[in-house]
Design a protein around this ligand. Sequence first.
Ligand SMILES: Cc1ncc(COP(=O)(O)O)c(C=O)c1O
Length: 383
Amino acid sequence: MPRINPLLDQLADYPMVELERRKQAVADRGVRLFDFSIGDPHEPTPEFIRQALCDAVPARCGYPSIAGTADLRRAIAAYVDRRFGVALDPNTCVLPTSGAKEAVFHLPLLVVDPAADDRTVVFPDPGYPAYQRGALFAGGHAHAVPLTGDHIFRPWELPADVLARTRLIWLNSPHNPSGAITPLDDLKRAADLCREHDIVLICDEAYADLYHDTPPPSLLQAGLDGVLVLHSLSKRSGMTGYRSGFLAGDPSLIARLRKLRSNPGLAPQDFVNAAAAAAWSDDAHVAERRVTFSAKRALLRRFFQDAGFDVHGSDAAIYLWVRVPEGHDDESFAALLLEHGVVVSPGGMYGVEGAGRQYIRLALVPTLDEIGEAIDVLRVALT
Ligand SMILES: Cc1ncc(COP(=O)(O)O)c(C=O)c1O
């Protein structure tokens, strides 16, 4: 019998894998599905981005470099300057990634020493599941911090003994699943705390451009020392299948990351990099997508609020985080909706210590028309 990493059996299937199974069972009964589960929006990738990719496929495609193309790094630095007013050296402060998820998973490898007592990675709970998984596979100790109320994670409230053991803290703003935005003062306070304790602070800003009213700030605005941010083109530019994102921040950390990532050869393809350069250089398509997501959010939010539900925050990102009604938990309520063909994620999927069990998450991925039809189905399901 081959001996495999026990974590693979200890951890439940990645939550989305399990959800796919349940969905398929209902679809097999011939029920029409309105799928609000996985954050993979239905709108097409803008034409100019697809064209940039096609134009960049050469007759011979050699290995890409870990550092990415100079064009892409420049486009990213220009975007960060336009969007957050932070000047970055594209050659030392920016590193393209193959989407944000692999970076979330691999980043603990940068800091975790599996033999050390201080090998803790701290992250918000509920939160994106890869924070925990990356920490564990790197041999770290995963420390989930329950979020309540406004769902904003304030690392300065961590006990001193946890801080003493911690090497990496994850922030996520705008937050998946709640859509909460961490204010700049809090980002600065978290950065100061981490500098004081020699902890690397990384803010996952995958939804930074998908807001409804006020543009969320970036951790980069708190200075580069000891910090990194992670961005993604997946939802911002409708490029989930391209797998493209970037890390930016402290040049000494970026240099170490280049070294680390050359081991598995984690480098996005150059034709993807060309499409990414086009996407980061254009703000107009993102503004259009914001209008689309805001319209979807308004429609669905109004429905749930009129029906007496508590729709939490959801100030940014592409989700509604809805409190389940009396007499239900996340699983039972999601199962009820699924019976009618409306697929939502039980909030517990995003939690480690039972966080999220009072919520369901709806990803605003169906089109506006589909959401209108889904609301008719929801009306029936909820009577
Ligand atoms: C908070 C957060 N971070 C990272 C990711 C991964 O994004 P990508 O598609 O770039 O891998 C997601 C995807 O849903 C996310 O919600």
